[in-house]
Design a protein around this ligand. Sequence first.
Ligand SMILES: Nc1ncnc2c1ncn2[C@@H]1O[C@H](COP(=O)(O)OP(=O)(O)O)[C@@H](O)[C@H]1O
Ligand SMILES: [Mg+2]
Length: 254
Amino acid sequence: MARRRQLYEGKAKILFEGPEPGTLVQYFKDDATAGNGAKKGIITGKGVLNNRISEHLMLRLHEIGVPTHFVRRLNMREQLIREVEIIPLEVVVRNVAAGSLSKRLGIPEGTRLPRSILEYYYKNDSLNDPMVAEEHITAFGWASTADMDDIVALALRINDFLTGLFLGVGITLVDFKLEFGRLWENEDMRLVLADEISPDNCRLWDAKTSEKMDKDRFRRDMGRVEEAYQEVARRLGILPEAGNSDMKGPEVMQ
Ligand SMILES: Nc1ncnc2c1ncn2[C@@H]1O[C@H](COP(=O)(O)OP(=O)(O)O)[C@@H](O)[C@H]1O
Ligand SMILES: [Mg+2]
């Protein structure tokens, strides 16, 4: 196949020009970063697993009528997506206190929140993705009030659905980050869920033991990072059956 033109290389993924106008190919790398690139590493096989996990979750969301950028998975590390105009916000949904919320507000990790909390961060690496309020978002024109109404409704719906989906496989959805984009169809604009949903941007805890099954294992040097991502995929019932030839280095055949 002809080499695709690379459009953007991010911290965890690469975007290539897609086969048709308005499409992109999203390639999932094994690269892991934390603290906005301050800590760097490789989680072997992460790209393969995140490609699968994100595909699975986006398809389930599509089934309940949540619009997403996902078209289809192409291979182990790539998926075809609709190109959107990304809204420069990280939309964080929290159900249980953890991470920066615990640190900033002194609420112990693991405290169930009285209700789901939405937070917004301005997606800007050079500013370290600062937290912003809806006031900043609308004043600076990153999104309109109508967009924000849609974003809130979608984020809460996604949260309810994914909370149930994960609980069904023994996982607590503690918090997660979403990105949305504008999709233009002639004169009409729709907001759709973009980027990825994976253990890179969700906090997932074993429902019984509270063991962490997400990127916090990398951020906090807890070890068994690959295994945790694999366990999430296994519980979701999507571990590639024949094992992952692309995930590990060569192995000696018996
Ligand atoms: N459907 C889409 N159309 C255009 N851009 C997208 C789409 N989905 C995700 N993106 C963008 O592609 C990039 C994905 O690569 P990633 O490694 O996550 O980058 P970053 O380091 O910027 O977070 C992100 O910047 C994300 O906003
Ligand atoms: Mg990203």
